[in-house]
Design a protein. Structure first.
Length: 310
């Protein structure tokens, strides 16, 4: 196998092709926890967990595979706010790493510890008047447990729905909501199946390395080995790479492309690999960009730069 398929390399060791580079954005130990497109500023928000270092981080990555910065790893809301129960951060939106506290609408003061927060207004009817005021004027309402978070004119307020007279169907009456113009974070489109269908991605060979047939009292059967892939690239190159798997050629790997309408290019691919713990020295993780070496000459990249200047 090694002699016959030496052209097919693991992605984290791949040297690319004549016209395309393989960029390691997150190494072979990295499991990707989040993959989102920021539509307005046009970048990817990627959160990874390095299994060896036991460390997580978030990176902004441009649509052409360039690293743009590192920030807070809080939960990402649909508007780009990085949320936690006690504070929020706007780094994805404006590059500011400052963490902000939520505001109590009754006192207009910051809430230091939401876990210890108690409503000073105990009368449900009076509390509901204030609640409706903020619910109606908020362009984003996010709910977590008994907490309501309201985004009003760029600031986040918090109220707690835990009063005794609150009706059982309160969440149905007042669900989470977001104004369409607030939605900035969307899923990155997965194109693995489409690439197979149009033969841009082809399975060249499967080389079995291990197998077990079911017999007697052992009902388990499996086969594992290297899947040899060929990605046919727009400038005529063929990226030959391999992937070790025990679950079929379309398991443990995702391929993404940013649509042109969002500012991407059909010349750039992002490949995510998921590890299989039973084969730690063969089945690797990571996140990789495949881009042309002359990507700066692409009209899509020039348009991308112009948008960044604005």
């Amino acid at each position: 196998m090694e002699k016959e398929y030496t052209e097919y390399q693991d992605l984290h060791k791949h040297q690319g092709t004549e016209n395309y580079d393989v960029i390691t954005l997150f190494n072979e130990n990295s499991i990707i926890k989040e993959k989102l497109v920021e539509r307005k500023q046009q970048f990817l928000s990627i959160i990874n967990r390095d299994q060896k270092l036991k460390k997580s981080n978030r990176m902004k990555i441009g649509f052409f595979g360039n690293l743009k910065g590192e920030g807070y790893t809080g939960e990402t809301l649909k508007d780009g706010t990085m949320w936690s129960i006690s504070e929020y951060n706007n780094w994805l939106l404006n590059g500011d790493n400052k963490r902000f506290k939520y505001i109590d609408p009754f006192s207009d003061r910051e809430i230091e510890n939401p876990y210890e927060f108690e409503n000073k207004e105990k009368d449900f009817k009076k509390w509901l008047v204030k609640f409706k005021e903020y619910y109606n004027k908020a362009n984003y309402v996010y709910i977590w447990m008994s907490y309501y978070y309201f985004k009003v004119e760029g600031k986040w307020y918090m109220m707690k729905d835990d009063l005794e007279k609150s009706p059982i169907d309160f969440r149905e009456q007042y669900p989470s909501k977001i104004a369409p113009e607030e939605v900035r974070m969307v899923k990155i489109p997965e194109v693995f199946d489409n690439l197979l269908e149009n033969k841009t991605l082809q399975l060249a060979e499967y080389v079995e390395m291990d197998k077990q047939k079911s017999s007697g009292l052992n009902p388990i059967s499996f086969s594992s080995g290297y899947y040899m892939f060929e990605l046919h690239l727009p400038q005529g190159d063929i990226l030959k790479f391999r992937r070790y798997s025990a679950m079929g050629f379309n398991a443990d790997m995702n391929i993404y492309q940013i649509p042109k309408e969002l500012g991407g290019s059909d010349e750039v691919f992002f490949i995510e690999q998921l590890p299989r713990q039973t084969y730690p020295d063969k089945s690797f993780a990571g996140f990789y960009a495949i881009r042309p070496k002359n990507y700066k000459e692409l009209p899509e990249y020039k348009a991308y730069l112009e948008k960044e200047k604005k």
